[in-house]
Design a protein around this ligand. Structure first.
Ligand code: ADP
Length: 508
């Protein structure tokens, strides 16, 4: 528990622990570039830099009908995608829940469930032209979006390296995920053939390229975080004797950047991060992801709030009261932070500006301007409704403190997301870090830089994209930042899997 004589000092220390100044952002970018270089050069590195064997980026003229199966986030999705060849597509999808028992049980049970879901989808939804029973000879082609680290050996095969994001199914790591799925289809006599394996980041990149006519980076800021980008094959030196290496050209690389800082040597951990990590199912893995993504931000914030509730000699929040929601591991969802910040609509702090918490010790509800009081009242309502407090338990000062805690945690996440994007722009020679006088090279290019993104965090969290851009601007300069076009890769995993299945059929 926190203890200090001066309560404001406690707030200030927490505030300071979460700050990232521009110099640190530059250091982090350099460390990130270094890790990328190591991952491209050798297998087995924490930042896996996985070659995907996807060597082309769509231009929007692709056509065909495919099934796509997406495992890796909060839901399992099955969809049928029709690529129209004019940058548009149509898509029918169904979501299925994946229980914790399936996530952590035997792999065969998990993959049987995937096959059952595809079967159910085909029975219910797919165009009548698709017969998938044993009497029909027609095979339906499927692309699998599998958003966990996989060491790919071809477009349609790859070994599971490790689970992330709360999955830990047994007898899966080390096995070919496409084979595991195909075996499940075959056990059920489904006429479905899995021809391509794609990560959700690659899906975001491909689908954005299809709908926008080009794209450089695909990035996910949802349950987890990761990115994939178009790299020169010559720089993927670990490909060694693979035929793909001899062909040259470009290949999409899945960075698995969620593992950046697993060594803990770059990013400053707060006590709240340490607690989250220790109690997670993968301590000391996915260190970067744990600072950034939707699965974890609520939990970090919960750690801050409960520490303030437990502070000694005097509680600093909710008069020392808590609720079952707040007491529960992962009980405080990132979407609640989003709701709280939405109710605030407050100004953003500047990158090199405030390094202290608001003066909560001097907070006097009677002195707060009416427009702020309104906002704090809205936040109080969210807190009461979402965390299960009584109205009388939550003061306006409590509301202000909770808002501050949410914004600290989310702002750090968005700044770090900007580091990841900047790193890729520098790695692909589209940008440079500032020189020692803080100057950037004169603009040499006017081309737009396409970034396809997906995930609830970047889609819904207030100011997330703006703060990401603020960080990006400080790292690569305003000229480059302005040329970056960040667009949602809507339905990216489904469309990306379809595009990848198409590429596999063309190659195969
Ligand atoms: P996935 O990454 O699993 O495909 P999402 O992109 O929807 O799915 O991300 C789900 C994560 O986003 C969850 O961790 C959830 O806490 C968080 N989340 C859901 N809604 C919001 C929201 N409105 N704002 C911020 N985060 C959200």
């Amino acid at each position: 528990a926190l203890s200090a004589q001066d309560p404001q000092r406690i707030f200030d220390e927490i505030d300071r622990d979460f700050q990232l100044n521009p110099e640190l952002l530059v250091d982090l970018t350099q460390a990130f570039l270094h890790e990328i270089g190591r991952g491209l050069g050798a297998y087995g590195h924490p930042m896996a830099m996985i070659p995907t064997f996807v060597t082309g980026v769509p231009d929007g003229t692709e056509t065909g009908t495919f099934l796509a199966l997406d495992l890796g986030g909060t839901n399992l999705r099955v969809c049928e995608v029709i690529l129209n060849g004019d940058k548009t597509f149509s898509l029918r999808q169904q979501k299925y829940k994946v229980s914790d028992a399936l996530k952590t049980g035997e792999a065969t049970a998990l993959f049987d469930y995937l096959a059952d879901s595809v079967d159910a989808f085909l029975t219910q939804h797919a165009a009548s032209s698709h017969e998938h029973t044993t009497d029909s000879p027609d095979v339906v082609h499927l692309g699998l979006t599998f958003s966990f680290p996989v060491e790919q050996t071809a477009l349609g095969s790859g070994k599971i390296l490790t689970w992330t994001k709360g999955f830990s199914a047994k007898n899966a790591v080390g096995h070919d995920v496409v084979q595991l799925l195909q075996d499940a289809f075959d056990r059920k006599h489904l006429h479905v053939k899995c021809v391509a394996l794609v990560n959700d980041t690659v899906g975001a990149l491909l689908s954005r390229a299809y709908t926008a006519g080009g794209c450089t980076l695909g990035a996910i800021f949802g349950t987890g975080t990761n990115g994939a980008y178009v790299e020169e094959v010559a720089k993927i030196t670990k490909l060694g004797n693979y035929p793909a290496a001899a062909k040259g050209g470009h290949m999409i690389v899945n960075t698995e950047w969620g593992a950046f800082n697993n060594s803990r040597s770059h990013l400053p951990f707060t006590p709240f991060d340490n607690s989250l990590d220790r109690l997670s199912i993968n301590p000391s893995f996915q260190a970067f992801e744990k600072f950034i993504s939707g699965m974890y931000l609520g939990e970090i914030t919960r750690n801050v709030l409960t520490a303030l509730i437990d502070a000694s000699p005097k509680p600093l929040l909710f008069g020392g009261k808590s609720t079952p929601v707040l007491n529960k591991h992962y009980g405080f969802d990132t979407s609640v932070m989003s709701d709280i910040e939405e109710a605030w609509e407050g100004p953003n702090r500047s990158l090199s500006g405030d390094t202290r918490a608001p003066d909560f010790a001097a907070f006097d509800a009677a002195q707060v301007p009416a427009n702020i009081t309104k906002k704090l009242e809205r936040i109080r309502t969210v807190i009461v409704e979402q965390l299960g407090f009584q109205d009388s338990d939550v003061t306006l000062k409590d509301a202000a403190i909770v808002r501050w805690a949410c914004s600290l945690v989310a702002r750090r996440a968005a700044l770090l997301s900007g580091v990841a994007v900047a790193t890729i722009l520098i790695q692909t020679n589209r940008a440079s870090l500032p020189d020692k006088d803080g100057k950037f090279p004169a603009p040499s290019d006017t081309e737009k830089i396409g970034v396809g993104v997906d995930g609830s965090l970047i889609e819904h969290y207030p100011n997330f994209q703006r703060t990401l851009r603020e960080s990006l601007r400080s790292l690569v300069g305003e000229d480059v930042e302005q040329r970056v076009e960040i667009g949602m890769a809507k339905d990216g995993s489904g469309v990306g899997a379809a595009l990848c299945a198409l590429q596999a059929l063309k190659q195969g």
